[in-house]
Write a protein that binds this ligand. Structure first.
Ligand code: DSN
Length: 417
């Protein structure tokens, strides 16, 4: 049995090693981060705050958590930091507990317009008992319609404005929403899961500097991983946030990955700016090339993207499901994605695909490689070559990109340490 599992892991690693990973919510960690997973921290418990634990044996864990807090404060110039949420959804749930009461009304971006499920009725927001009203959304701009939001907010009087999304091509209007919120005595929370690494790298505007009261996030999309969560907040909300996290929604908080997060934060401080700039350059180049090849890439009027993501309407190619499967056959991994005009009922075959270039950027790819990727996609989607032949070419192309860049030592991307 064990050898069967080993075989599966090996095959998975080989598949990833020879593919082009373009899922916008994923990234790869350096070996320095991965080594932390194997430490004894992974067997231990540390409930409570640094220096105020419920178990003995936390002396060194306290040092790690203090480093995580201090480095995060430095990176984001944050007033208060909680690094204990174990994922982005857990961070959101804690923020909802800290900022709202059941029956409160929140404004969220709808899932087809890019919002994350945890901001919606079917997930964390609904489970907190919140009533969800969607922002008016300008599809041409792929952004919140501020004027219409202002009008709607006057009638609805939400208690909390949730910003940030999973399909996020633009800077979102945090300042404008904050102004609306202030008049209603409401809070503004920004879920930065997708753009955290771009905020750290100073290419995406820091929502806390634009007026958000709370920033929630996962740590492994544009950020350098590993998979966990965090919350930044204004000082005056610190106690409420901390209580909502522990004992609210987290007990132990996975200390081996906390140590990995410390390494990732150091990497971000050192290399984040260069990486984030290259991410946005890569996303734009891939979008432009696909657009030139005749694909319906959203957002021509704003240069296609201001982040790591691009979105393509692929209805004329059979829809997102067909396109994602076909690309997978040649080793290009993307996700099918609802587009703003879709109903959630067609989530299994939506109108579009979403592409993120953060992981291939971390693997060292630049604009030239984005053009190659667009050509591979085009060959597969327009049947210009046998799929097996394209798969071979993709494998060959990937051979030059086997190490993790933007780290203190360049390491093999798939080595099991
Ligand atoms: N659903 C994930 C995404 O791909 O954006 C985030 O949790």
């Amino acid at each position: 049995m064990y050898s069967e599992l080993q075989k599966i892991i090996k095959e998975h690693n080989e598949m990833m090693r020879s593919s082009i990973p373009l899922i916008a919510s994923e990234n790869i960690t350096s070996t320095l981060v991965r080594k932390c997973y194997l430490s004894d921290f992974g067997h231990r418990y540390a409930e409570g705050k640094v220096g105020e634990r419920y178990y003995a044996g936390c002396k060194f864990i306290d040092e790690v958590e203090k480093m995580a807090i201090d480095l995060t404060k430095k990176l984001f110039d944050a007033e208060h930091v909680n690094v204990q949420p174990i994922s982005g959804v857990v961070a959101n749930l804690a923020a909802f507990f800290a900022l709202t009461e059941p029956e409160d009304i929140i404004f969220s971006i709808s899932v087809p317009c890019g919002g994350h499920i945890s901001h919606d009725k079917m997930s964390a927001a609904g489970y907190r008992g919140l009533k969800v009203v969607y922002y008016p959304f300008d599809v041409e701009e792929m952004n919140i319609d501020v004027d219409a939001t202002k009008k709607l907010a006057k009638d609805v009087k939400p208690n909390l404005f949730v910003l940030g999304s999973s399909l996020i091509l633009r800077h979102q209007p945090v300042r404008e929403i904050k102004e609306i919120a202030e008049n209603l005595d409401a809070y503004v929370m920004f879920d930065a899961s997708h753009v955290l690494g771009l905020i750290a790298g100073r290419v995406y505007r820091n929502p806390m500097k634009e007026g958000a009261d709370v920033l929630t996030s996962s740590t492994h999309k544009t950020f350098f991983g590993p998979q966990r969560g965090l919350i930044l907040s204004k000082k005056e909300l610190a106690k409420r946030i901390d209580k909502a996290v522990f004992p609210g929604v987290v007990s132990n908080h996975h200390l081996h990955s906390l140590a990995g997060y410390v390494v990732a934060t150091m990497e971000m401080l050192e290399f984040g700016e260069a990486y984030a700039k290259q991410v946005v350059r890569n996303a734009r180049r891939l979008a432009e090339k696909l657009y030139d090849l005749g694909y319906k890439v959203l957002g021509e009027k704003f240069g296609f993207t201001e982040t790591h993501q691009i979105a393509i309407d692929v209805r004329d190619l059979g829809g997102g499901d067909r396109v994602a499967r076909r690309l997978e056959e040649v080793g290009i991994i993307v996700n099918k994605n609802l587009m703003p005009w879709d109903s959630v009922d067609i989530a299994q075959n939506p109108s579009g695909i979403r592409i993120g270039v953060q992981e291939v950027t971390r693997l060292g790819m630049k604009e030239e490689e984005m053009e190659r990727i667009a050509e591979f996609m085009d060959m597969a989607l327009k049947d210009r070559k046998d799929l097996k032949e394209i798969r071979k070419e993709v494998k060959e192309f990937r051979k030059d990109f086997q190490t993790v860049k933007y780290s203190f030592e360049e390491s093999d991307a798939y080595e099991i340490c």
